[in-house]
Design a protein around this ligand. Structure first.
Ligand code: ADP
Ligand code: MG
Length: 343
């Protein structure tokens, strides 16, 4: 029964979203779209209004600049040089990302930890040579790798990493990039844009016809095309899920979001977490962190941060949970529960 409903809903979404495309053309505004492969994912930038073409070109240059700065997989990036040399002075942007990561590390009790890179390597997620690591190695890494071991001097941005510790901004780089691009586009006078950075969505303003954008939240099983569609504007919509990057061995799925307490892929009952937040960097950090927390802890975290963000949680047992700020912005054919802050 559910499958049929999901299929029907999938069809409805295609119609809805196709409708959105048609409106785009009817708005009579200049529209410019370009696709690019960067940060290990496909990105599509769509910008509306006068000067859209130049704005898209400038945005692509900015993506490439940030990739060169932040990619831990690029041996020349600032992060890679630091990971090798263990000591250095961070640039202004890496300082911003490190400080933001540290704040989120503290407020999530270490569920979000940008020093997880050695664990990612142990699983072969770096270089795509997937394998299950020895338990002893994971125990050792989870003991020796931890953001609180990083020495950081706020006065002069000097940073130093203990032997095994390496940084990886992979869980926030796309969110930060979206936030930077939105800022840049607004400075260029752009009033409307939809930036899809590999599933990390950053919106500038409304659609050209002044109605909100409609953003589909993917169904992890792909049964229905979307779990729900959100009508939102001028915000980031970022999803972390177990279906984005994974390998399977003996019928078990090992995905790329790691619980820093165990060194294993997070397994606390969630299939996907979508965060809606005006700050794209935070949206990205929180989507990863709440995924690691699992359902109950994620709900409690939202209750104490409900002014900062809204969320859609999809659980392993098929529950769709939506925070109260989204209830009037949501379309879905599925049953869902609204999460409210307790008085
Ligand atoms: P995606 O990159 O698919 O958008 P995320 O934003 O959730 O998904 O980021 C996942 C990436 O973040 C991983 O590939 C890894 O580099 C890094 N990562 C994995 N687990 C954690 C964690 N607990 N804290 C911080 N970063 C993590
Ligand atoms: Mg993230």
């Amino acid at each position: 029964m559910k499958t049929v409903r999901q299929l029907l809903f999938g069809l409805l979404c295609v119609v809805l979203l196709t409708g959105c495309e048609i409106q785009k053309e009817q708005s009579g505004q200049e529209t410019w779209s370009r696709e690019v492969f960067a940060m290990d994912t496909y990105m599509k930038l769509t910008v509306y209004g006068a000067n859209a073409e130049n704005a898209v070109d400038a945005a692509i240059l900015e993506i490439q600049r940030l990739e060169n700065l932040l990619s831990a997989a690029d041996p020349e990036s600032e992060v890679s040089v630091l990971n090798r040399e263990k000591k250095g002075v961070l640039s202004e942007e890496s300082t911003y990302l490190w400080e933001k990561s540290w704040e989120v590390y503290l407020e999530t009790q270490g569920k979000f930890d940008v020093t997880i890179y050695p664990v990612m390597k142990a699983w072969g997620f770096v270089g795509e040579e997937f394998h299950i690591p020895e338990e002893g190695l994971l125990n050792q890494l989870t003991n020796e790798v931890n953001a609180s071991l990083v020495e950081w001097n706020k006065e002069n941005s000097e940073i130093s990493l203990p032997d095994r510790v390496e940084l990886d901004f992979g869980a926030i780089a796309k969110g930060y990039t979206g936030a930077r691009l939105a800022e840049q586009l607004k400075k260029q006078g752009i009033k409307s844009a939809l930036l899809n950075l590999g599933g990390n969505i950053q919106l500038v303003g409304n659609k050209p016809d002044d109605s909100p954008f409609r953003i589909g939240v993917k169904d992890p099983d792909g049964t229905a095309e979307y779990l729900c569609v959100l009508s939102v504007a001028d915000t980031a919509v970022v999803t972390s899920g177990d279906y984005e990057r994974y390998f399977e061995q003996d019928g078990v799925r090992y995905h790329h979001i790691i619980d820093p307490d165990t060194g294993y892929p997070a397994d606390k009952g969630l299939r996907s977490v979508t965060i809606v937040c005006r700050d794209g960097t935070l949206a990205d950090a929180y989507s990863t962190a709440l995924f690691v927390m699992g359902t109950e802890e994620a709900i409690r975290f939202w209750e104490s941060h409900s002014k900062q963000f809204d969320a859609v949680l999809y659980t392993e047992d098929g529950r769709l949970l939506v925070t109260e700020g989204l209830q009037d912005l949501l379309a879905t054919a599925l049953d869902y529960e609204v999460l409210r802050v307790k008085e």
